[in-house]
Design a protein around this ligand. Structure first.
Ligand code: CU
Ligand code: ZN
Length: 503
């Protein structure tokens, strides 16, 4: 290729599709940054070094060029239909998401059943009459989405499909049917099986059921990812259960949004990580992800017992989106209660029992800042936004800000980890863990998913009050070789692909 560089420059034939110059490359492997040029052809990186002319050239202005970031924890199953431009992820430098988390996934689906309602709206946006992963991928690809999508198959979804909301153990036939759904998703390229054991109906399952289903992922050397049964008072017991499920099933365990919820539990993440360390020493594959915020977010009805609402939790609740009372969006529950003359418990009941009240998404301030740093300092800790892509209310700012926040706040300002290390976790570590072939590094033969950013400036702009602001310091994002985002503008390239585990 180098041999004919001169010829190419003069004749214009066989020029590279795109050349990126004037950048410092952080290649995602953990190697220190180096100056080089990158040539892209047919969506792939073909050369890194001193490269010949391109039909298009991008001057990086001395910024850092890294592999596109991988959001290991997304709920974008429906967003790919409703927002195929995926602006909230793309503007952060995210080029690939892993959807289907916390036990809720677009697939399997029965067109006669409402999986969006069963997920409490987490899957909102789904369209089309697909039933399986192939069908879902085909429907999404037809929308020409801006970024790549990889999928997990969710326990809650599978269980609802087979058993409805039954509060009991599955029969042999039901378990076989559930295993069949998980196996089919794995055959079609899911990266693993996800659970959300805090949510209905997953919370009705015993450990054995989850082990049996995770075995189907293990057969493909894929993952068992989990929103554990408890992230608060019983966090450590829940970690033990997750480790047991990983061991018994043989699946690689991935713990989602690792945290210790509730003031009385702050600091416990260190104990939880010690358990993970012990498992790793014993040879068990375990990985984790975290989001860089002190608040969680989810379907409000899942966190409260309406007979006796937890007032300590109610005190730290903020309403994100609420189809029943749009005027409450963006406000703390305590303020709403005070204004309406309701007690806190009544406020919870009022909102959740209203028509469509069960679709309320809340934000709850339950996490200690120090625990976030403990998590981010932990080896191989990946980053997952856990963003819920409901743009109508005031979503948790993690939807728009997660990756720039890690790079700006935790790398540059707080120095919890180095830039090189943060990028490695957001790229090659995530790609390897989730079986994304030829992604996550800047290397010839790899797909040209790339982000150009300025380390001295990159920062999140989304706040709880103003959560839909795109970050600063992300100059350009390329997805499969196409410029998808440049200087604050979404180009509509639509070059995202559907990714299948290790294919
Ligand atoms: Cu989640
Ligand atoms: Zn979750």
């Amino acid at each position: 290729m180098n041999g004919c560089a001169r010829n190419r420059r003069t004749t214009g034939f066989n020029m590279h599709d795109l050349v990126i110059r004037n950048v410092e490359i952080l290649d995602g492997t953990g190697a220190e940054p180096f100056a080089a040029e990158v040539a892209v052809e047919d969506g792939q990186i073909v050369q890194v070094g001193d490269v010949a002319a391109g039909r298009r050239e991008l001057d990086g202005g001395g910024a850092v060029l890294a592999p596109g970031f991988i959001d290991t924890h997304a709920h974008d199953d429906g967003a790919f239909f409703r927002h195929p431009g995926m602006e909230f992820k793309l503007a952060q430098g995210v080029t690939t998401v892993v959807s289907g988390n916390c036990g809720f996934s677009a697939i399997p689906a029965d067109p006669e059943q409402d999986s969006v309602a069963a997920s409490g709206g987490i899957l909102a946006g789904l369209e089309g009459r697909f039933t399986d992963l192939d069908g879902y991928f085909e429907a999404v690809a037809a929308r020409a989405p801006a970024i790549n999508n990889m999928m997990l198959v969710g326990h809650n979804t599978v269980r609802s499909l087979v058993m409805g909301d039954a509060r009991r153990q599955p029969s042999g036939t039901e378990l076989a049917a559930m295993r069949g759904h998980v196996r089919r998703a794995m055959e079609q390229g899911a990266a693993g099986f996800s659970s959300g054991l805090i949510y209905r109906p997953g919370r009705y399952s015993e450990t054995d059921e989850v082990v049996e289903l995770a075995r189907e992922a293990a057969a493909f050397e894929a993952l068992y990812t989990t929103h554990m049964r408890n992230e608060g008072d019983r966090l450590l017991e829940a970690v033990d259960e997750a480790l047991l499920i990983g061991r018994e099933s043989g699946a690689h365990l991935h713990i989602s949004h690792h945290k210790a919820a509730g003031r009385g539990n702050w600091g416990k993440v260190a104990d939880s990580l010690a358990k993970v360390d012990a498992a790793l020493r014993a040879g068990q594959p375990v990985t984790l992800d975290v989001y860089p915020y002190t608040a969680g977010s989810g379907r409000m009805i899942e966190y409260f017992n309406l007979d006796n609402p937890n007032e300590e939790l109610a005190e730290v609740i903020r309403i994100a989106s609420c189809p029943a009372f749009r005027e409450f969006e963006g406000r703390m529950l305590v303020d709403i209660a005070g204004e309406q003359g309701w007690g806190l418990a009544d406020a919870v009941r009022h909102i959740l029992t209203a028509d469509k009240g069960d679709r309320t998404i809340c934000i709850h301030f339950i996490i200690d800042e120090a625990d976030i740093e403990t998590n981010l300092a932990y080896r191989d800790m990946m980053v997952g936004s856990d963003g819920i892509p409901d743009l109508r209310g005031r979503p948790h700012p993690r939807l728009f800000g997660t990756f720039p926040r890690v790079l700006g706040r935790y790398v540059r300002e707080r120095r919890v980890l180095s830039l090189t290390e943060a990028v490695r976790r957001m790229t090659s570590v995530a790609a390897r863990t989730f079986g994304m072939q030829r992604r996550g590094e800047i290397k010839p033969g790899y797909f040209a998913d790339l982000v150009l950013f300025r380390p001295a400036e990159v920062i999140d702009e989304a706040t709880y009050d103003d959560p839909k602001r795109e970050p600063t310091g992300i100059d350009a994002v390329l997805v499969n070789g196409e410029i998808a985002y440049r200087q604050g503008r979404h180009t509509g390239a639509g070059s995202g692909r559907m990714l299948r585990f290790r294919r």
